[in-house]
Design a protein around this ligand. Structure first.
Ligand code: NAD
Length: 474
């Protein structure tokens, strides 16, 4: 905060745990309302001091590029820390760190390309727009991709000249704290980036309802998003919401089955299924169902489950005991509602994994689109396979959900692929590859999956306000 490490004002801390063992990993300052006030004050001070907002935007970009370089230099440490804190395999954590560096590079390059326009108006007048930073942007970050999702909001906000207050998840706060250290080492002026770790119901809600902030970017569950919106409404604070998903991965009969198989497995078992973009509903055409499910079972049974920090592990633990209980609850509901358990379905207790939060990669077949496991976000390694007759049938099932984040389409027929892309109620559609997104492509959901877009050019403008200026030339 304000360029230095601080204790909490009450001296209190919370503990984060290694999800592979449930052993304590770190004690982290629990930010109290007084600490949040100080962080907002520091951000306000940095904003009003104009050192950041009015810095030559090319120089602002250069500092962000330095942040990206330091992320690359420290990538091994960052990846290890992310893996320890969240549980994900090191290989995935390394991918996250690379993606994070690319995100900072992309927005660093945009810092001096944020342009207004001149507007034709009648008479002898000159009318133009100024694109200004919003002010203090707040970023409330979940635990599943802390570094990627924190940076996805912070980098464009800073590129546009805002100052920021970040609230990481109390389940995995460590890499967001490291990010602040990196930003400081890269020469970011003090007060521009402040991190207030703490519990969501305390630190998060106090920050979201704070009078002194100018926007909130929230990534998390629909339920919490709704709470954040209510808190923001008190001061008409604008919100960007990146919420949950129940994404369909649609495999048509003419698809390249080997590629689809890899995409479906990656789409559900990456990060132990704890992704908003998880392709958690497999929609497979009746005529190819048996072959695909046989191959999926074989692929799933060969997944090695183990600690994220072991190079051998393909899939790590879930983030917490509570998450295990929730996922196991859904597996039971799936069985009770009559879906067929094709593989998995148990906690993993052998091989020294009993103390950790390990759940077998699981596939249900014979799932009816109305079942709970086909409609609610499970946020774990559980795939629900549903069959369809034809394309219309697939579309109807795919769109029959309150979510609308991502969708995958697998077919060799490019016309059908584009027709599906046009009709899918989903903010992101991936054809013949799943999942795919880049720092330069917009990401966000339709329906209850969210409001607004992150990544891409649009993102930087979402951290700006537009002022119209008219000059009478007479
Ligand atoms: P969560 O909603 O429990 O928490 C998200 C963040 O909000 C955390 O930092 C938490 O501490 C904070 N928080 C909790 N209660 C709060 C409150 N009352 N006021 C303010 N802040 C509060 O979500 P999670 O369990 O960390 O993440 C999983 C969810 O996030 C899933 O639903 C997933 O789909 C979603 N998600 C969405 C995206 C996306 O881009 N759309 C990306 C990742 C995760």
């Amino acid at each position: 905060m304000n360029g230095s490490w601080r204790e909490s004002s009450s001296g209190s801390t919370f503990t984060t745990y290694d999800p592979a063992t449930n052993e304590p990993l770190a004690e982290v300052a629990q930010s109290e309302p007084e600490d949040v006030d100080l962080a907002v004050e520091a951000a306000r001070g940095a904003l009003e001091h104009k050192k950041w907002r009015e810095l030559d935007p090319a120089k602002r970009g250069r500092i962000l590029f330095r942040i990206a370089s330091l992320i690359r230099e420290r990538s091994d440490d960052l990846a290890r820390l992310e893996s320890l804190d969240n549980g994900k395999p090191l290989r995935e954590a390394k991918g996250d760190v690379g993606y994070t560096a690319r995100t900072w590079e992309y927005f660093a390059g945009l810092a001096d390309k944020i342009e207004g326009k001149t507007v034709p108006v009648p008479g002898l007048r000159f009318d133009y727009t100024r694109v200004e930073p919003l002010g203090i942007t707040v970023h409330i970050v979940p635990w599943n991709y802390p570094l990627v999702l924190g940076s996805r909001g912070i980098a464009p906000a800073l590129a546009a000249g805002n100052t920021a207050v970040v609230k990481p998840s109390s389940l995995a706060p460590l890499t967001n704290l490291k990010l602040a250290e990196i930003a400081h080492d890269a020469g970011l002026p003090k007060g521009v980036l402040n991190v207030v770790p703490g519990r969501g119901s305390e630190t998060g809600s106090y920050l979201a309802g704070h009078k002194g902030i100018d926007s909130i970017t929230f990534t998390g569950s629909v339920e919490t998003g709704r709470e954040v919106m209510k808190l923001a409404a008190q001061h008409i604070t604008p919100v960007t919401l990146e919420l949950g998903g129940k994404c369909p991965n649609i495999v048509l009969e003419d698809a390249d089955r080997a590629r689809a198989l890899r995409g479906v497995l990656r789409g559900i078992f990456t990060n132990a299924g704890q992704m908003c973009w998880a392709g958690s509903r497999l929609l497979v055409q009746e005529s190819v169902k048996d072959k695909l499910l046989r191959a999926l079972k074989k692929g799933t049974d060969s997944i090695i489950v183990g600690p994220g920090t072991s190079e051998k592990s393909h899939m790590g633990p879930l983030v917490s005991e509570q998450q295990v209980d929730s996922v196991m609850g859904y597996i039971k509901i799936g069985q009770d509602e009559g879906a067929e358990l094709l593989t998995g379905g148990e906690r993993v207790k052998d091989g020294g994994l009993a103390q950790g939060n390990f759940v077998q990669p699981t596939i249900f077949s014979e799932v009816d689109p109305g079942m709970t496991i086909a409609t609610e976000e499970i946020f774990g390694p559980v795939l629900s396979a549903i069959t369809f007759e034809d394309m219309e049938d697939a579309l109807e099932i795919a769109n029959r959900t309150e979510f609308g984040l991502c969708a995958g389409v697998w077919t060799r027929d490019i016309s059908r692929a584009h027709r599906l892309a046009a009709e899918l109620e989903s903010g992101v559609v991936s054809i013949n590859e799943y999942p795919i997104t880049f720092p330069q492509t917009p990401f966000g959901g339709f329906k209850q999956s969210g409001i607004g877009r992150e990544q891409g050019l649009e993102a930087v403008y979402s951290y700006c306000r537009v002022k119209n200026v008219n000059v009478n030339l007479l």
